[in-house]
Design a protein around this ligand. Structure first.
Ligand SMILES: NC(=O)c1ccc[n+]([C@@H]2O[C@H](COP(=O)([O-])OP(=O)(O)OC[C@H]3O[C@@H](n4cnc5c(N)ncnc54)[C@H](OP(=O)(O)O)[C@@H]3O)[C@@H](O)[C@H]2O)c1
Length: 232
């Protein structure tokens, strides 16, 4: 594996799809900062992947922790080339749209929209300084008008908002060298997806890894699944 000199921050990288994304990027010679709420869990994954990967504490619902995590990555490596906003949650399965509570909506929006937005805001100035960057927002088909369903409404609405945030950021950053895209990993066997899901975490990580390593003439402002554009 040839080192690329590139540095990626992956949120929620201690388990599930995030861990598989981190492993896949590290296997391509990218220095990966393993973002996790638990510092010991972050360090454990970093140790498994081996140097130069390293762990950083990062709770997307805590603005100070997000700023400190991005600052720690830049202080340690001097750069940040890739952000994968993978951390997500609050899949309110079994709830119908007319039955959702305020608390559910607020919690889902905080984890799935406000958190990734914070990470983007902290990282983008460094990418602009470098004139290059890749931002991947791990979203879901439940957040698309094209394929959503009437279950897990707080989650779906929060992912729809993440899709719009992706699209707006991509517009703002057009021509800057920073490509911003969203994707659905598919239905994946993780704590969120359950044991019956179609894909392994490694299969779910494929499209996020592809988007994180796009060439300079790659797409921006799109929603992707299985390395192909899908409808919003
Ligand atoms: N699995 C699927 O079928 C599926 C389908 C579509 C989209 N997705 C999306 O794919 C992404 C990864 O999901 P997954 O299936 O791998 O889920 P998972 O196994 O439940 O893992 C979720 C990850 O997010 C982290 N996380 C949760 N809240 C966080 C916070 N406040 N700050 C930082 N990290 C936080 C968790 O950390 P802790 O260990 O600390 O809890 C964990 O690392 C999510 O964005 C999810 O919405 C998944």
């Amino acid at each position: 594996m040839t080192p690329t000199g590139r540095v990626a921050l992956v949120t929620g990288a201690n388990r599930g799809i995030g861990r598989a994304i981190a492993a896949g990027l590290a296997a391509q010679g990218i220095v990966v900062a393993i973002g996790a709420r638990s510092p010991s869990a972050a360090d454990a994954v970093a140790a498994e992947l081996g140097a130069p990967s390293f762990g950083v504490r990062l709770d997307v619902t805590d603005a100070a922790s997000v700023e400190a995590a991005v600052a720690a990555v830049v202080e340690r490596t001097g750069r940040i080339d890739i952000v994968v906003n993978n951390a997500g949650g609050h899949y309110d399965s079994g709830v119908v749209p007319s039955g959702v509570s305020d608390a559910d909506v607020i919690d889902a929006i905080e984890i799935n929209l406000v958190g990734p937005w914070r990470v983007c805001r902290a990282a983008i100035p460094h990418m602009q300084r470098q004139g290059r960057g890749r931002i991947v927002n791990v979203s879901s088909r439940s957040g698309t008008f094209a394929s959503t369903w009437a279950d897990a409404p707080a989650y779906g609405v929060s992912k729809a908002a993440l899709n719009m945030m992706t699209f707006q950021l991509a517009k703002e950053l057009e021509g800057s060298g920073i490509l911003v895209n969203a994707c659905c990993p598919g239905w994946v066997r993780t704590d969120m997806g359950g044991l019956d899901a179609d894909k392994s975490p490694e299969e779910g990580a494929d499209t996020p890894i592809w988007l994180a390593t796009l060439p300079d003439d790659g797409p921006t402002g799109g929603m992707f699944g299985e390395r192909a554009r899908i409808d919003w």
